[in-house]
Ligand binder design. Structure first.
Ligand code: UDP
Length: 237
């Protein structure tokens, strides 16, 4: 079966990389994620990734504890870069060719973000990992995912979470909770369903870039999403 999306932007939160731990990076979890990604590369799908940093540092939390918000956000962006390096290395170990581009310049470590170069890597079927979010404080990596998704002309943003889609209420707390198969952007925004932050959602809505929320921990789920199967929740106009 052919993939329904030629190019995807995968958003991996820091939380996804730490697995069941409370902090940091779980190597086994990353390996599993890389294997899922390799599965969709085999279908000929081009893969761009935006990584979060919440498993290491979250700006808004430290700002709440009295730290200067902008400084804290730069630390958060550096945390995403550490995750990007870990992911890049796990890909190398699994023979998946990838490149890291950072929205903040740290040239000795990773390339800076250059759109044309990133597009070329994707055309060459290399995975591009975007680090440092948007490069600006007060934003999130969800917004970076929407932004890079649009810049890369991706067909869809795939938001990898721990839960397999968007539910009427928290499925871990409420057994009656039901999964939405599809939702419109307006429904997601008006119901305040914590899909992505509002900036990311409105950006995707305005540019008609669909989002699919799915579980990265469910084996084969990423593949089923790119094959257009009913997996997770599809948010569209
Ligand atoms: N961040 C930022 N600008 C961006 C993206 C991220 O300042 O464009 C900072 C912000 O402090 C955030 C941290 O980086 O808390 C980690 O990103 P995020 O919370 O989005 O990661 P995730 O929740 O996906 O793990």
């Amino acid at each position: 079966m052919p993939a329904v999306y030629k190019r995807i932007l995968l958003k991996l939160s820091g939380e996804a990389l730490m697995g069941d731990a409370q902090y940091g990076i779980d190597r086994t979890v990353i390996e599993r994620i890389v294997i899922e990604i390799a599965g969709v590369l085999q279908l000929g799908v081009e893969v761009a990734i935006v990584v979060g940093g919440g498993n290491i540092f979250r700006g808004i939390k430290s700002a709440g504890d009295g730290m200067d918000r902008v400084t804290a956000d730069y630390m958060g962006m550096l945390a995403t870069t550490m995750n990007a390096l870990a992911l890049h290395d796990a890909m190398r170990r699994n023979d998946v060719v990838s490149r890291v581009q950072s929205a903040l310049r740290i040239d000795q470590v990773v390339e800076p973000y250059i759109r044309g170069k990133a597009l070329r890597y994707l055309e060459e079927h290399k995975v591009v990992i975007f680090a440092a979010g948007t490069g600006n404080p007060f934003f999130t990596t969800d917004t970076a995912a929407a932004l890079r998704g649009m810049e890369m002309n991706a067909n869809i943003v795939l938001k990898a979470t721990k839960v397999d889609g968007i539910y009427t209420s928290d499925p871990l707390e409420n057994k009656e909770a039901e999964r939405f198969s599809k939702l419109t952007f307006d429904e997601a925004i008006n119901r305040n369903l914590q899909v992505m932050d509002a900036t990311a959602l409105t950006l995707c809505r305005d540019q008609k870039l669909p989002i699919n929320v799915f579980s990265i921990f469910k084996t084969g789920a990423l593949k089923r999403v790119v094959l257009g199967e009913d997996e997770g929740t599809l948010v569209n106009v």
